[in-house]
Every structure is written in structure tokens, then in C-alpha cells.
Design a protein around this ligand. Structure first.
Ligand code: VG1
Ligand code: CO
Length: 543
């Protein structure tokens, strides 16, 4: 087979964000766009020669085509082998597992995660390193530098690999292993959790509904819940991955998984409701009549993880992204273990997990995971909840209320202001930054500011520093607001405002969150003058 070296011009704007490179699908489909990025990845890691990679995606529009391009480029660049999921499908945590299990040099995951899919929606590519985790900042910077100076890429032209059937194939000199995307992942889950105990729970009448949101977890959830754990057929909804996620927004939160929320708040609610996102790394947990915020879920999982076999000996430590609520810090304090606070994005947990300083990690954006892989893992979170429920034999509501009674409650909400002009967003952040040392003592509405800063992270393992990771404002009375700009959007800027109000063990734990957070929202609006700057105060999405 002939290797072609194609001359090209560097392409601007290929800077990986919070989680890989995300753009409109049509941008990725422009001639040479994907090729430029993939060749830059190979160059940045010292070439693909003799290396082994995992490749797969969430099945969105352009997934199949992109995988063929990547295979042809890997072969042309001299890679020894690529492991790819049948039909090009792999959930993000499953890909992470394969990289680790088969000790590959890295992997390419094709997904824009919770962003909608389709020719007029979003696409993305992420490079993961040999520990199975997203490339750390020094690697993504090296990739970006390559994209700015690339002059040619290598590819096998007019070649295709049959990804429909499982088996070992050849593409030129390169081996291509087309594998069952579910099997290794299912085996991993069975090794972490007490499947017998969960089976008994389900056999005893415990009911579950899992909404796969027409995304990649459908086949995984069917094999695990309806297969290995004996839940009845129909437990998994929207289980067929589709190229545009059934026209929906595959983001597991009360807004985008509204039909599941409605079911859980109704008379017909099963005992547990759960959902996952486009690429299977996020999770939503809902009990009968009660929604569990991701920050609370992380705390409950940390407090009860020892009930599952994999965590029987306790946790080495926990870690949460900075905007995530402090609920898990309280659990860590009680257990006498450390809680690390990292910037947003899973790549920052990698070092802590590798060094065994943290066992469980989480983000307020519905991501939870552990040292079993190096990505957040939606189904893992649901299974850990199930294992805990199988041991405790109590409703989710009782567990959550008991948790608040013991630790207090962190009322929490995130407001997203989407598609605002980039200039207005940057101006707002600059203005906040400029006032940081003058804010203490200032009263806004009914609340007084205690302190403010801009978060900068010193990685305790490799000493690297990541600055400019979000503005934090603390108020008297245990309240906090955090401001940051999203690094995954593809339309203008998205301002995320994270609101948190702690109420101690003696306080009122049964308010609606909007009531508990009302004074904080008012202070936040006054502090930012959002109305004056962007002409609105209502966010597009509240989670
Ligand atoms: C968002 C979330 C962040 C998450 C990231 C990737 O990033 O806030 O917590 O790690 O998405 O998740 P940002 O920069 O838009 O706030 V996923 O499931 O989209 O890979
Ligand atoms: Co995701």
C-alpha cells in the first residue's frame, strides 16, 4: 500500500480545551482539518512508529469516517497496532480501560461528550496518554504547537478497514484488532463490585431505569444491568446509539434528561433513576422523589465506598474540581484523609490517581470516577450506588437525608450563560480579576464578602502550575460563588457561575435549592452587573 505525504498549511485554532479539541462537525469535515490535528498529535508524542493505540468514539455523526482517517494515518506513520471498538464505538471510560489493560502507548477518543451530535452540531477528538487519562497540559501544548507549524501529513489513501466484524485485520503493515467494545469494561466492573449482592437486590424487587440518551452507554448498560445483573428488559431506555442522539442533548442533568426526572418525581418512579452522557463518562443519579446533585453524590460515594469490594480497605484520599461543592471535603475530614482541590477537567486528577494520593474523584458537572481507570465513569458511579444500596437496603432519599444530618448540606447550583459574546465574557472576568483585592468587606444585597481570589493549582506530584482557573468569592455565612469560562463550548463564550451555600448539621436541610441560594444569586447579579453587560440575568441552563 502506498504511503502518501500530503503538503499542508498549518491550521489556526486547534487548541485543545478542557477536554480535547471540540469544534462544529462541519469544521472537522473541512479538507485536512482532522488530518492536521492527528498528525500534530503523532508529531507531539515523538512519532507513531512502532506504537500501539486504542481508537474509538461515541458514535456521533462523522465518527466512522474520522476513525478510518485515523487508522490510515496511524498505518502511514508506522504504528504497530490499533485496537478499535466494533463499529468504531467505545465509551470514554472503556477506552481508558483498554489503554491500561493492553498497555498501549495512548488512545484517540472521538467525542464532543455532552454536546449534541450531527452535521450541524459538534464533534471532538481527545488524545489520552499511556496511563489511560487525558493528555496533561504539557502534552496538549505540544500538540497545539505542532498544529501551528505543520507542513505535511502522512496517510494511506483510499483504504478502509471493515469495523463491522470482530477480529484481527491488517491495514498495510499495521495490525488492527476490532474488539467487542463492552466485554473488557464489563469484566472490569464485575471485578470492582459485588454483582451477586446487586443481583439479589434486583431480584428482590428493586427497580432501576437507566436512560442511555441514545448515546454510547446503551450497549454497555444493557449488557450489565439487563444481562449480568438480571434487571428486566426495558430497564435501559434509549439504548441504541444514534448519530445525533435522537436529536437530543446527551447531557445527564435535570434539564436535558427531563423525561427521566419527571418519571422519578411521579407515582410510578422506580427505586433508582440514572443517566449518562454522549461518551459515557458523566452520570446522573435520582432517587424516588429526590435528585442527587453531583457534588452530593461524590460525597455519599466517598462516605460509603468501603461497602464495595474494590474499596473495602478505605480510600487513600479524594479529589474534587475547585467549583465542586465542599461536601466531599467534610467526608474526607471525618475519615482523616486528604481532599485535593484541582482545576476543572479530568486531566488534573491523573497524577493524584497515579501516585495513589486519591482513590475517588469528582466534578460538579456530573463526573465521578476512581483509580480503576483515568477518566470519569458514568456506569461505574451507578454501579457503586447500586452496591451501596444493596448493602444498606434503604431508599436513596433516606441515605441522602442521613448524609446531610451527619455532615450538613451544601446547597448547590450552577448557572450557565451560553453563547455570550467572547468580548463581554472576557471583560467581565477581567473586571472581576481587577477588583479581587478590594472585595473583602463589601456588602452586596444581604451578604458580605469575606475574601476573593483567582484559583491557581500547584500539582503536588509534578510541581506544575496551572493558573487562571476560575475566580472565587467567599461570603460571610459559609457561601461561595465561582466564575469561570467554559473550555468545551463551540459557540461564543459560556459563563459558568457556581453557587454554594452550606447549612450545618443543625440547619434546615429541606429547602428548595433556589430558596437557599436566593440571597447569593442576588449578590452575584449585583457584583457582576450581568444585566448591564449581557442584557440578561436568567441563565440558559440551571443544573
Ligand atoms: C465541562 C465541565 C467539566 C468537564 C468537562 C468535560 O468543562 O465543566 O467539569 O470536565 O466539561 O466533560 P467546561 O470547561 O465546559 O466547564 V465531558 O463529559 O464534556 O468530557
Ligand atoms: Co462526557
Amino acid at each position: 500500500m502506498k504511503i502518501s505525504t500530503i503538503s499542508c498549511e498549518p491550521i489556526s485554532g486547534q487548541k485543545p480545551g478542557t477536554s480535547g479539541l471540540r469544534k462544529k462537525t462541519r469544521v472537522f469535515m473541512e479538507p485536512g482539518y482532522l488530518e492536521n490535528f492527528i498528525q500534530s498529535v503523532f508529531n507531539a508524542i515523538g512519532g507513531a512508529e512502532g506504537k500501539t493505540f486504542v481508537v474509538g468514539g461515541d458514535g456521533r455523526y462523522f465518527n466512522r469516517r474520522a476513525i478510518q482517517v485515523i487508522l490510515c494515518m496511524a498505518a502511514a506513520n508506522g504504528a504497530a497496532k490499533v485496537i478499535v471498538g466494533q463499529h468504531g464505538l467505545l465509551s470514554t471510560p472503556a477506552a481508558s480501560n483498554l489503554i491500561r489493560k493492553y498497555k498501549t502507548d495512548g488512545g484517540l477518543i472521538l467525542s464532543a461528550s455532552h454536546n449534541p451530535g450531527g452535521i450541524d452540531a459538534d464533534f471532538g477528538v481527545k488524545y489520552n496518554v499511556s496511563n489511560g487519562g487525558p493528555a496533561p497540559e504539557n502534552v496538549t501544548e505540544a500538540i497545539y504547537e505542532q498544529t501551528c507549524s505543520l507542513t505535511s501529513y502522512k496517510i494511506l489513501q483510499n483504504e478502509m478497514v471493515d469495523l463491522g466484524s470482530i477480529g484481527s485485520k491488517k491495514l498495510g503493515e499495521m495490525d488492527v484488532d476490532v474488539i467487542d467494545p463492552v466485554k473488557d469494561y464489563k469484566d472490569l466492573m464485575a471485578s470492582l463490585f459485588d454483582f451477586v449482592s446487586i443481583r439479589n437486590l434486583i431480584a428482590g424487587g428493586f427497580t432501576i431505569v437507566f436512560d442511555a440518551m441514545h448515546a454510547v452507554t446503551g450497549p454497555y448498560a444493557k449488557a450489565i444491568f439487563e444481562g449480568a445483573l438480571g434487571a428486566p428488559e426495558g430497564t435501559v431506555l434509549n439504548a441504541e446509539p444514534s448519530e445525533d442522539f435522537g436529536g437530543g442533548h446527551p447531557d445527564p442533568n435535570p434539564v436535558w434528561a427531563k423525561s427521566l426526572m419527571d418519571l422519578m418525581m411521579s407515582e410510578k418512579a422506580p427505586c433508582l433513576g440514572a443517566a449518562s452522557d454522549g461518551d459515557g463518562d458523566r452520570n446522573m443519579i435520582v432517587g424516588r422523589g429526590i435528585y442527587v446533585t453531583p457534588s452530593d453524590s461524590l460525597a455519599v460515594l466517598a462516605a460509603n465506598a468501603h461497602m464495595a469490594p474494590a474499596y473495602r480497605h478505605g480510600l487513600a484520599g479524594v479529589a474534587r474540581s475547585m467549583p465542586t461543592s465542599a461536601a466531599c471535603d467534610r467526608v474526607a475530614a471525618k475519615q482523616g484523609i486528604k481532599c485535593f482541590e484541582t482545576p476543572t477537567g479530568w486531566k488534573f486528577f491523573g497524577n493524584l490517581l497515579d501516585a495513589d494520593m486519591a482513590t475517588i474523584c469528582g466534578e460538579e458537572s456530573a463526573g465521578t470516577g476512581s483509580n480503576h481507570v483515568r477518566e470519569k465513569d458514568g456506569l461505574w458511579a451507578v454501579l457503586l450506588w447500586l452496591n451501596i444500596l444493596a448493602e444498606r437496603r434503604q431508599p436513596v432519599k433516606t441515605i441522602l437525608e442521613g448524609h446531610w444530618a451527619k455532615y450538613g448540606r451544601d446547597y448547590y447550583s450552577r448557572y450557565d450563560y451560553e453563547a455570550i459574546p467572547m468580548d463581554a465574557a472576557n471583560q467581565l472576568m477581567d473586571d472581576l480579576r481587577g477588583q479581587l483585592d478590594k472585595l473583602a468587606g463589601k456588602t452586596l444585597g444581604s451578604l458580605t464578602i469575606k475574601n476573593a481570589d483567582e484559583f491557581s493549582y500547584n500539582d503536588p506530584v509534578d510541581g506544575s502550575v496551572s493558573s487562571g482557573q476560575g475566580i472565587r468569592v467567599w461570603f460571610e455565612g459559609n457561601a461561595r460563588v465561582v466564575f469561570r469560562l467554559s473550555g468545551t463550548g463551540t459557540d461564543g463564550a459560556t459563563l459558568r457561575v457556581y453557587l454554594e451555600q452550606y447549612v450545618d448539621t443543625h440547619g434546615n436541610h429541606s429547602m428548595p435549592p433556589e430558596q437557599a441560594l436566593k440571597p447569593l444569586v442576588e449578590s452575584m447579579l449585583e457584583l457582576t452587573d450581568l444585566k448591564g453587560r449581557i442584557g440578561r440575568t436568567e441563565p440558559n441552563v440551571i443544573t
